[in-house]
Design a protein around this ligand. Structure first.
Ligand SMILES: [Zn+2]
Ligand SMILES: [Zn+2]
Length: 248
């Protein structure tokens, strides 16, 4: 099977995230991703997958592949990215997340509106929960939950001074079954290795963590795979069959 390069930005937020700009609507995300030359994106709102289907639908008929995902906040306030197959039924996963996310209403003073949208960019509702809160999951539970629903688990922005596994725990716990570690756009791949040391055998990836359209694609990882599917990305992270990831 022929492998080719897919330019991936697998960490970005929509208008549903409390810190995401209202302008991060499905069509705005898709248009900007295409303009930035991306081949594959993942929709990773805080503690919710509810806007992902709208972005997948908005990209239908374009050359952009879209994976549903999440940025889970663990009890230790560590952010863990979960990436799933585009055909996955995430209802049971989302139900498990919500039943472990304290149901306190958002304080409007501190967060932006959490906007649910459809594939035509119409507002369908507002999430009443404080989506930025910490779930009751430990990092081990979070990784286990993501894997249990067929996903990939990646430690987010490990170079950042807040909400990263390194900032919160000081290290990656032995036995934590992560699939990769992500560095933020603030550092190059080389700078991250210099500052943090290698995370071997875990591969490093680098994504934008975009909260506004102009940030989409500001950090990308090239993935050499046969097709832009979760299964192929899984093989690339594991270095199987010539598949590989190259942060750029
Ligand atoms: Zn984060
Ligand atoms: Zn994020």
């Amino acid at each position: 099977m022929e492998l080719r390069r897919f330019r991936a930005d697998l960490h970005l937020h929509t208008c549903l995230s409390p810190c995401g700009e209202l302008s991060m609507s499905p069509h705005a995300v898709v248009d900007r991703a295409l303009a930035a030359g991306l081949d594959i994106i993942a929709v990773t709102d805080h503690n919710t997958t509810e806007n992902a289907a709208a972005v997948i639908e908005a990209a239908r008929g374009t050359k952009l592949a879209v994976l549903p995902g999440i940025e889970l906040t663990t009890a230790e306030e560590v952010h863990i990215l979960g990436l799933f197959d585009s055909g996955a039924d995430l209802g049971p996963f989302q139900a498990a997340v919500y039943s472990n996310l304290p149901d306190v209403p958002s304080k409007k003073k501190f967060v932006k509106d959490q906007v649910l949208v459809d594939a035509e960019d119409y507002v369908t509702g507002f999430s009443p929960r404080c989506l930025f809160g910490a779930t009751l999951f430990s990092v081990h539970d979070a990784v286990g939950l993501i894997h249990g629903h067929g996903g990939l688990a990646i430690a987010c922005h490990v170079d950042r001074e807040s909400f990263s596994i390194v900032s919160q725990l000081g290290f990656i716990p032995p036995g934590l079954a992560l699939d990769a570690v992500e560095i933020s756009p603030r550092l190059t791949f080389a700078e991250a290795r210099e500052a943090l040391g290698p995370f071997d055998p875990l591969p490093m990836v680098r994504f934008s963590d975009a909260h506004k359209p102009e940030e989409i694609g500001c950090a990308v990882t090239d993935i050499f795979v046969a097709s832009p599917s979760l299964e192929e990305i899984r093989k690339a992270l594991a270095g199987e069959g010539g598949r590989r990831v190259i942060p750029s």
